[in-house]
Design a binder for this molecule. Sequence first.
Ligand code: ATP
Ligand code: MG
Length: 1053
Amino acid sequence: MALVHKHYRQRRALSFKSLEERCNRILRNMEGSLTARDRVGIQDFVLLDAYTSESAFLDNLRKRFHENLIYTYIGTLLVSVNPYKELDIYSKKQMDIYMGVNFFELPPHIYALADNVYRTMLSEFNHHFILISGESGAGKTEASKKILQFYAVSCPSTKLLDNVRDRLLLSNPVLEAFGNAKTLKNDNSSRFGKYMDIQFDHQGAAVGGHILSYLLEKSRVVHQNHGERNFHIFYQLVEGGEEDLLRWLGLQRNCQLYSYLVQGDCAKVSSINDKTDWKTVRKALDVIDFSESNIENLFGIIASVLHLGNVKFEADHKGYAVLNNSPEIHWLSKLLGIPAQVLQKGLTHRKIEAKTEEVLSPFTVEHAVYARDALAKAIYGRTFTWLVNKINESLANKDSSRKTVIGLLDIYGFEVFHVNSFEQFCINYCNEKLQQLFIELTLKSEQEEYEMEGIEWEPVPYFNNKIICDLVEEKYRGIISILDEECLRPGEATDLTFLEKLERTMGGHPHFVTHKLADQKTRKTLERGDFRLLHYAGEVTYCVVGFLDKNNDLLYRNIKEVMRQSKNAIVKHCFPSSEPDTKRRPETVATQFKASLVGLAEILMAKEPWYVRCLKPNDGKQPGRFDDVLVRHQVKYLGLMEHLRVRRAGFAYRRRYEVFLQRYKPLCPDTWPNWKGTAAEGVELLVKHLGYKPNEYKLGRTKIFIRHPRTLFATEDAFEICKHELATRIQAKYKGYREKGNFLKQKEAATKIENCWRGLKARKEREKRAWAVKVIKRFIKGFMTRNQPACLDNSEYLAFVRQNYLTRLKDNLPKSVLDQNTWLTPPPIMQETSQLLKALYTRHMVRKYVRGVTPQKKMQLQLKGLTSSMFKGRKENYPYSVCRPFLDTRISEEDIHVKVLQTIRHERIKYGAPVVKYDRNGFRTRFRQLIFTQTAAYLVEEAKVKQRVEYNALKGVSVSNLSDNFLILHVTCEDIKKKGDLVLQCDFLFEALTKLCVVANKQNCIKVVQGSVRFDIQPGREGFVDFKSGQEFMVYRAKNGHLMVESKKAKSR
Ligand SMILES: Nc1ncnc2c1ncn2[C@@H]1O[C@H](COP(=O)(O)OP(=O)(O)OP(=O)(O)O)[C@@H](O)[C@H]1O
Ligand SMILES: [Mg+2]
């Protein structure tokens, strides 16, 4: 069982793959369509308020029919209206939709019923049957095929099971070929009742089947009304049979040649393709395991019937029937394997028992024709039975394990024609029996449900048709018994004597009336040969003509014996020698039928019933036309109103608490949106809130029962109004929920990002710290090993030191060459580098400086160099002069007196500086100009050249080593008149002397002396200048007559 459910679940999962499909399903929800009742009618007649009104019933049916909604429920009964057109509601997709879905969840459908039956069977593990009834052409056979197809698709399958499934499916075309015919009402009318069992194993797989047939309309073999045909198989064989086969059977491809095929005068029908149908049947026979010989024999029989129909009798001189070597007898003899002679005799004579011996009595022609037709009917009828048995053999499941069964009963519904005969009598009797069964089963199940739900049983007012069944079938007193009696009675029994006997026996029965028994008013509607039964579905008038004959279905004994000799295995089998004592009359048709109905009732009583009632909308087989009168008639005779009445006797609507609460809980604040208690409590609260009156509903154990549809509709309407309100609220709530969701999502995302970011930052920080620790460690290690030779430990540190030193050095470079102190002290490893760099940088600065030196400056520097070479380290105040740049001259030409200029200009003035001259004698001081020309030095006082010293005459120049500015020019002086050496003081001592050296070209003429300098006052007379250091610069005449120059001691630099 678990496996089955798994299978189902899988199928369901497949079925509702997409959301769209699920939505569609909800849209189609039957409860939901309660609201669409105005347009599409209601889907369950039980909810019809005016349930006793045929018109309301019809209105609903019509409304739905015009919307192509051909199915409607009456509770679990399915009413189906033949659409007479292909509707797209039988696809595989549709099957999937209906598979495993609750009965009321989807719009009514034959699949819903089939599925529900199947699932109930599986879950309860019991037997079921589906009774399909309706007028000819209403769609019974189609419905049963749809059910079979649904099972073929929905049941679990394996290769082996597929075989069974194929046989079950293919048994249909075979049975239809032999048992269906074109009638005025239906081009494919089933001319027999069919009950088919489908057997399922415990896993729900179809594993076998069994077919029972009822009351085949054999008379059709020999006679067809105008516009009707014989059974399809005859036409299929003649039209579709292979040439060889036809030749072997002695047939020609022309239906017109066979009298049994042309009585209706419509051998060809546009809606039927006999050729293709033939192929289908041939293929089906193979699948159903018919052997070649079976098939040969079978078609031998079909052909024999055709030949038999063509047998013509002639009257001899006595008026007896004779057969004159007709070719038909030849073929019959060949196909049936009976000597022609024997056949001939059998067809023209009957055996009469005369006391001890049997005598053959010849037929009149009329009689012979009767006997011939009887034989044809018998052969065909028995062959049909054989065929059903053969199919059953092929469908039989040999496995003895317990199986559950779903029976399909495709049987004629109530028939009411203008003239109703024995067949209608049987059929309507059958329907009475089925109605009886329905009442028993429905009431039983209703009662069971009430009991199960713990609801007090309320008697259902309904009409029990048992009285009619009894009227027909009661032993000795029933119509059938009386009919049989008449048939068996010796003497002249006729249909009319039968009627008289009926009148005698049934007189006064409320459901039986004849012309004689009727009151005046009724009598007018009855013929003398009629009797009328008041069936549960309405009254039907039967004409007794032919009742006895049809009931007898007489086949003369001797022809049976002839058949028994047949070499055709099927015929032989159909006419067994073990047939009940030939001397006793066989059971009449009505009795057989009654017995078979008893059997059927027994079969059905042991099963759960389901019903499909088929209606035909019009007599013209036209789509879209709904003939009110015709449908009303069927509604009546199918007992639909009666059925509805029984259904509605109790409660119109019942649903499980969960389902009811789920749908209507929004109508009560206590149950909306969620009910915490049990569904039953919820429903109780809900109905109280809705104000249901106590007599309007009952609460069972698992279901709520609502008596009137109007209560439900009021609830539904309230729900409809409330739905809009709810939708808005739900929408608002949902929007809020969505926003909140979004917000929470964003918040969560933000927190997540924050966390991630923090994490990332922390990780980076940690990495940084770890890195820093490593770096510091390395740094410290490097520092500790900085003095070791370069190795892994200190290489980085040293690099750092190097770089650090270099960077610092870059920022702290000396600004000038003279700046010797700013050079950064290098770390030990940079000592060498530092030195190299320093030298390099110095050179760079020098070069830079040198590049920046102008020719004048160069000149000056050369002069300075010269000065240096003369005085550096020799004269105390020299260093102070270094930084004082030399000028070209200290006395510009403007400052020189014109007269002097005129005198000396031609010698080109090179330099001039103011000097203090000390008199050679008294050492008086005089301010003079000292001017160097190209050739001589002049001492000038204003406009007067005081002394001219040619450079040739310049012996030398003496200066002290101290910081005074005295210079003594030694002059060669031979002439006494000439002035002697010059004692001068010049602030620009070094400049003047350097210029002099250059101009006079006498580099070596300068002498730096210590202590004292001798000088010539005039030739032969000498004076002295003494130099010493003192506190203060002083110049005075010393006591010894020397000029004492005391100079301030220069600070060392
Ligand atoms: N559901 C359906 N959809 C489309 N057409 C249908 C349907 N049911 C019946 N028909 C049409 O109606 C015809 C008659 O249906 P069907 O043979 O089932 O009637 P029936 O009730 O078995 O009649 P009978 O009692 O004569 O056997 C079918 O051949 C088909 O053309
Ligand atoms: Mg049928």
